[in-house]
Design a binder for this molecule. Structure first.
Ligand SMILES: Nc1ncnc2c1ncn2[C@@H]1O[C@H](COP(=O)(O)OP(=O)(O)OP(=O)(O)O)[C@@H](O)[C@H]1O
Ligand SMILES: [Mg+2]
Length: 263
């Protein structure tokens, strides 16, 4: 395993980037832009995790997985009900099932959390999602997570192993407040190494800087309103095919130009 590829992978190893923020600020868009960016970078193996039960990222990438983390949850629940399975056997088979639920598209892996039918299942699902992130990220150079809106998944420690926490907001104080709340909760609940703010849909640098100056959060960058993004979204085309555009360049500058990701 000491070959060159493995060494390269190691530098990025355990880079787990989560995109968090208030509802509607552009988390899925930013995740899709990041996926598009890294899907074309050398031999980087990328795992995309759609952690939002509303399933936005799969749509943006035109990836429709056959099995979700919620399907696995249901299987485990019924296995435990039917047989008194040995818990060690069960743990090993859970990791295997999670691996199997990753759909592979070239060097890009994709895992979707899915949507439980019943509110009471969210706790189990979040626990299994945490397990999925922790075991699967070891097999990829970079894991990108499109989180559910708000603070809940951070609070429930689903994002415990996230190394890079990206807080997205739009040019509204309300969404900046949500980003700050997530940061507060993350101090206890996430083992992150780096954290930064990305302002989406800013009109210009001035607007972005003026909003960022209301906060202690370190500014990674800002993303303009982009027609390419809008048209890909409205025609449901995969962001993997998105041509070079302003939003893509802005996201690249925010994560690579700023030194946020040490690649
Ligand atoms: N920079 C941008 N330029 C143009 N359109 C954008 C941009 N960012 C987001 N949008 C559009 O805004 C809408 C909301 O964005 P998105 O779905 O990414 O937000 P979200 O934070 O993931 O929302 P939710 O909390 O519901 O998951 C989408 O229609 C998206 O195409
Ligand atoms: Mg979304």
């Amino acid at each position: 395993m000491g070959d060159h590829h493995h060494q390269e992978g190691k530098e990025l190893g355990n880079t787990v980037l989560a995109v968090c923020g208030k509802g509607g600020v552009g988390k899925t868009t930013v995740s899709a832009l990041l996926a598009r960016l890294f899907s074309r970078r050398g031999d980087t193996r990328v795992l995309l995790v759609d952690a939002d039960p509303a399933v936005g990222l799969g749509m943006a990438m035109s990836i429709f997985p056959e099995r979700t983390v919620n399907d696995i949850r249901k299987e485990i629940v019924s296995t435990v009900r039917e047989h008194a399975t040995d818990s060690l056997d069960l743990a090993a088979s859970v990791d295997y099932k999670l691996m199997e639920a990753v759909s592979q598209n070239g060097r890009l892996g994709f895992l979707s959390v899915g949507r439980p039918e019943d509110e009471g299942c969210y706790c189990q699902l979040n626990t299994l999602l945490r397990e999925a992130i922790e075991t699967l990220s070891g097999h990829f150079d970079l894991t990108l997570i499109d989180a559910e809106a708000g603070v809940e998944q951070v609070n429930r420690r689903v994002m415990r192993s996230v190394s890079h926490l990206m807080l997205v907001c739009d040019p509204t104080p309300k969404s900046l407040n949500v980003a700050e709340t997530i940061r507060k909760v993350a101090e206890e609940a996430v083992n992150y190494r780096r954290l930064g703010l990305l302002i989406n849909r800013a009109r210009d640098e001035r607007e972005a800087r003026s909003l960022a100056s209301r906060s202690e959060l370190p500014l990674l960058g800002w993303v303009p309103e982009d027609d390419a993004v809008r048209s890909f979204d409205s025609s449901a085309r995969s962001f993997l095919e998105l041509p070079d555009c302003e939003a893509l360049q802005a996201v690249e500058a925010a994560v690579l130009g700023s030194g946020f990701l040490e690649i």
